[in-house]
Write a new protein. Structure first.
Length: 415
């Protein structure tokens, strides 16, 4: 209720379960139950929000004036479906509690979501529903007051590998050289040598240019640095490197710096705390924002671990290889832990697109069209457009010029 009314619509609300208090109330009021009491605004409730635990729910998708919806309510209800139960289902990630097959990294597949299966993953339906509800409420209550929403753009930069060749230590540098030479990657061998003798800048080292762009165009940005020991899936520069620490301090002077939690810390709370504390000691300020390696989220354990490690905000809610809205919204929300039946003290910031989701595109024009489409959906509801780009892709030798794509995005869609 608070997410729909207060967070999205900017309407202050109160609650009562006492009939006499409800009847005495003379301002705008809504009944959320099985039957209306008087002639008030009535939304017939589904059983979902009155249950405990997880149950196998059968979802049937209906249409509400061109917008998909589910949990139908019948003719007497002012809204043809239970907007609160449907919103809760998506925001709580209810479907991720249900049995499903995870991928090799333990992730929930977008193909298992009702949004993907019913072709509305690209639409922030929770926000759309809320605004359509507002229209109906204003018809019933012409004097209803609400705060106007403002569109915002946030650029998330993943720095899981700050440098391709530089600052990686003698042993790792030599091993990489032998590997490139042995696999006849002669271009990489040449680049490695040029970077090693300081004749060429490391291809991943595009931080100064990114910061300059962000300053020029007024971009709100967050750099998520992986600050962890080397492992199979964690291959950043050593945390003992003074040059790496200096880079992080430099970025922190111009942008928010946060923790890109390592693959190894996914189920290791003490390691997660250690990485957080080590990064805090570098920038000399609290690190409250997190992102998990490979966008791994195991609901609800992942968020419980982040809370234990004293994170307050997370930017992992989204899919790596699918564009759209994993939780059905482009508005941040508090995580609700269904087994514990409690709203947890961590705010989820869903992102709409990840640069890796464009790798299958055939042209930059196709990428631009996809970005424009998702932006339009967010702009229509005045939501928050959060994008994730990695410095590896921005500096890598790819078929597309990702720096140009990124620059076009931040200059076109930041307002």
């Amino acid at each position: 209720m608070k997410q729909v009314f207060t967070k999205i619509l900017g309407i202050d609300i109160g609650f009562t379960t006492k009939v006499e208090d409800f009847i005495k109330h003379t301002d705008e009021k809504i009944t959320y139950t099985k039957q209306p009491l008087q002639n008030e605004f009535f939304i017939r409730s589904n059983e979902l929000l009155f249950e405990q635990g997880i149950n196998d729910i059968q979802i049937q998708i209906n249409d509400w004036e061109g917008t998909p919806c589910f949990f139908p309510t019948g003719e007497r209800s002012a809204v043809p479906f239970d907007i609160f139960a449907a919103s809760f289902y998506l925001l709580s990630r209810y479907e991720e509690y249900l049995p499903h097959v995870k991928d090799m990294h333990g992730r929930f597949s977008p193909k298992d979501s009702i949004a993907y299966q019913n072709d509305f993953l690209h639409r922030p339906v929770v926000d759309i529903w809320a605004l359509k509800l507002l229209e109906l409420l204003k018809e019933k209550f012409p004097d209803l007051e609400c705060k106007k929403r403002m569109y915002s753009y946030v650029s998330v930069l993943d720095v899981t590998t700050s440098h391709s060749y530089a600052h990686r230590g003698l042993f790792r540098g030599f091993a990489g050289f032998i590997l490139d030479l042995g696999t006849f990657k002669l271009k990489r061998v040449w680049e490695r040598i040029m970077v090693g003798i300081n004749r060429r800048k490391d291809p991943y080292d595009n931080f100064a240019q990114l910061i300059q762009w962000h300053q020029n165009y007024g971009i709100e940005s967050i750099f998520f640095f992986q600050f962890a020991d080397y492992s199979k899936y964690d291959k950043n520069v050593s945390t003992n490197s003074n040059r790496f620490k200096s880079l992080i301090k430099y970025i922190a002077d111009y942008s928010k710096v946060a923790l890109g939690a390592s693959y190894s810390s996914f189920r290791d709370i003490e390691l997660l705390k250690k990485e957080k504390n080590n990064l805090e000691s570098v920038i000399n300020r609290p690190v409250n924002y997190s992102r998990m390696r490979y966008n791994r989220v195991d609901v609800p354990e992942s968020y419980r671990n982040l809370i234990t490690a004293e994170f307050t905000n997370d930017f992992t809610m989204g899919y790596t290889h699918a564009i759209g809205f994993r939780a059905g919204t482009c508005t941040s929300f508090q995580f609700y832990d269904i087994p514990l039946e409690v709203q947890q003290p961590i705010k989820i910031h869903p992102y709409a697109l990840h640069d890796y989701s464009f790798l299958a595109c055939k042209s930059e024009v196709q990428i631009s069209e996809k970005i424009k489409g998702i932006y339009s959906e967010i702009k229509n509801v005045e939501g928050s457009f959060v994008t994730v780009f990695s410095n590896e892709l921005l500096g890598g030798d790819e078929k597309f010029d990702w720096k140009i794509i990124y620059k076009n995005l931040i200059t076109t869609y930041n307002v």
